[in-house]
Design a binder for this molecule. Structure first.
Ligand code: ADP
Ligand code: 5GP
Length: 211
């Protein structure tokens, strides 16, 4: 039986290492498809259209919302971010686990719409290390870094909504841990409803003496 993939939401403070982890996860294991979001923020140096994000205008984004083309969307530090629906649905149908690297408001919307989604929250081992990574990335101004750290304080209030907390200390260890958590999640009863219904039917038939 071919299994449908599961939705995996990965959130975490800006600079926690989500992007780096996800690229490594997808490169290491072919069970995963990484959803590319749409955003109205400007590309960072080195970011590629269609690979890191689809960079669109506010008007284009609002048209996507109106057309129902997004699975979820949210505003983060003054910009829109959203998950295109078509890619996610196709990949799940093909049996891939689809990774959504999104912030907390989007994560909560996904949990509401898809109760079987797995929610992971990534954090560096300390907030001193978070600041070091965010500043070390060298892609944001001091003002934006301050806004993102302040937003991290709000996001920390929502961590309990997630299924697992994942500490990104050593990158390779963290990638292996995420893979193990996702594979383990496939065995949860709520992600195997069709299989369970099928064994119940078979048991009924057996108890009636049918083949
Ligand atoms: P996010 O996507 O969560 O905002 P990034 O993936 O851009 O974060 O990572 C932020 C910075 O931290 C990058 O410069 C990245 O190279 C670095 N980084 C990521 N993971 C680790 C790690 N495990 N150890 C040290 N540095 C890391
Ligand atoms: P960044 O600007 O650092 O790339 O992303 C800022 C925040 O937006 C991060 O927390 C990232 O996970 C989140 N984000 C990226 N894409 C999406 C999306 O499609 N939907 C939502 N809700 N958040 C997203």
């Amino acid at each position: 039986m071919k299994h449908k993939g599961i939705l995996v939401v990965v959130s975490g403070f800006s600079g926690a290492g989500k992007g780096t982890l996800m690229k490594q996860l997808v490169k290491t294991y072919d069970a995963y498809a990484l959803s590319v979001s749409m955003t109205t923020r400007a590309p960072r140096p080195g970011e590629t259209e269609g690979k890191d994000y689809f960079f669109i205008s506010k008007e284009e984004f609002e048209k996507k919302i109106a057309d129902g083309a997004l699975v979820e969307y949210a505003q983060y530090c003054g910009n829109y971010y959203g998950t295109p629906k078509e890619y996610v649905e196709k990949q799940l149908e093909h049996g891939k686990d689809v990774i959504l690297e999104i912030e907390i408001q989007g994560a909560l919307k996904i949990k509401e719409r898809f109760p079987s989604a797995l929610l992971l929250f990534v954090t560096p081992p300390s907030m001193k290390e978070l600041k070091r990574r965010l500043c070390g990335r060298g892609t944001e101004t001091e003002e934006i870094i301050r806004a993102r750290l302040s937003r991290a304080g709000e996001e920390a209030e929502g961590i309990e909504a997630y299924d697992y907390l994942v500490i990104n200390d050593d990158l390779e260890t963290c990638v292996k841990q995420m893979h193990a958590l996702i594979q383990g999640a496939h065995s949860a009863p709520l992600r195997n409803e069709a299989f369970i219904a099928n064994i119940r039917t078979q048991l009924e038939e057996l108890s009636k003496g049918e083949k």
